[in-house]
Write a protein that binds this ligand. Structure first.
Ligand SMILES: CC(C)(COP(=O)(O)OP(=O)(O)OC[C@H]1O[C@@H](n2cnc3c(N)ncnc32)[C@H](O)[C@@H]1OP(=O)(O)O)[C@@H](O)C(=O)NCCC(=O)NCCS
Length: 212
């Protein structure tokens, strides 16, 4: 699905036919703008492959904002957060073995990634994390505060709504000041605190209002 955002900009929901270059640009944005998180430090190619995998799953969505063919922002969401990392690893065993071997050289990062996976897998059983999650959102700082994040967020909300969801959860590191402000501004409500992948984080719930 595509919708216009000014003259040369547009919002695009990706699928498996998305160019690999697009996923590499998402990886670059994730690595710089979400650097506090463990996944930003995975070996090159991991995140591009992960986001491409998400784009192929019917229970996940990856949306990008593009300007003149380049990614200026993205958002990803899911209906099933607790199974994602595990199913990704099982879907790409050889590629994951390569990344795993590199991770052994960085035990601290390995610990954070394992901890993140366990937090997600524990899901609603232990930490009461919701399966319906905004997984990540980032906008190129050169295009910040121009409404791109808001448009991406609205597209994600439409995707959740179409799948019958009434709400979803958002987890943001306490260090991501702009994101905390952004979620407040969108109307998300703080429901608690948690630690995700070793990072102190705020949990928000966003209630989807029916359209019309
Ligand atoms: C959060 C983020 C996606 C917002 O994207 P954006 O395109 O700049 O958002 P918008 O232009 O739609 O801004 C809407 C509101 O967000 C808030 N906001 C955005 N950038 C902000 C900043 N640097 N400082 C404070 N508030 C900010 C403001 O409330 C803003 O409204 P206003 O400009 O009328 O005050 C972007 O700042 C970002 O990529 N941050 C780094 C990555 C991150 O932390 N992601 C969340 C991880 S959970």
């Amino acid at each position: 699905m595509t919708c216009a955002l000014g003259n040369t900009a547009r919002i695009v929901t990706l699928d498996a036919t998305g160019a690999y270059r697009t996923f590499l640009e998402i990886e670059a944005l994730h690595s710089t703008e979400l650097a506090a998180g463990a996944l930003a430090h995975m070996p090159p190619g991991f995140l591009a492959s992960f986001y491409r995998y998400l784009a192929t799953r019917p229970d996940c969505v990856v949306v990008v904002a593009e300007n003149e063919g380049h990614v200026t922002g993205f958002v990803a969401g899911t209906l099933q957060a607790s199974i994602l990392l595990k199913s990704f690893v099982l879907a790409k065993p050889l590629e994951m073995a390569g990344h795993g071997a590199k991770l052994l050289l960085d035990p601290r990062l390995l610990f954070r990634v394992v901890s993140l996976a366990l937090n997600l897998v524990a899901g609603d059983k232990q930490s009461h994390l919701d399966d319906r999650q905004l997984l990540s959102i980032a906008v190129d700082p050169n295009s910040g505060r121009m409404g791109i994040g808001t448009e991406l967020f609205k597209t994600l909300c439409d995707w959740f709504r179409l799948r019958g969801a009434e709400d979803f959860e958002i987890i943001a590191a306490t260090t991501q000041a702009a994101a905390l402000q952004f979620y407040h501004r969108r109307g998300a409500v703080v429901v608690g605190e948690t630690t995700l992948g070793g990072l102190g984080s705020i949990r928000f719930r966003y209630v989807l209002r029916p359209v019309g």
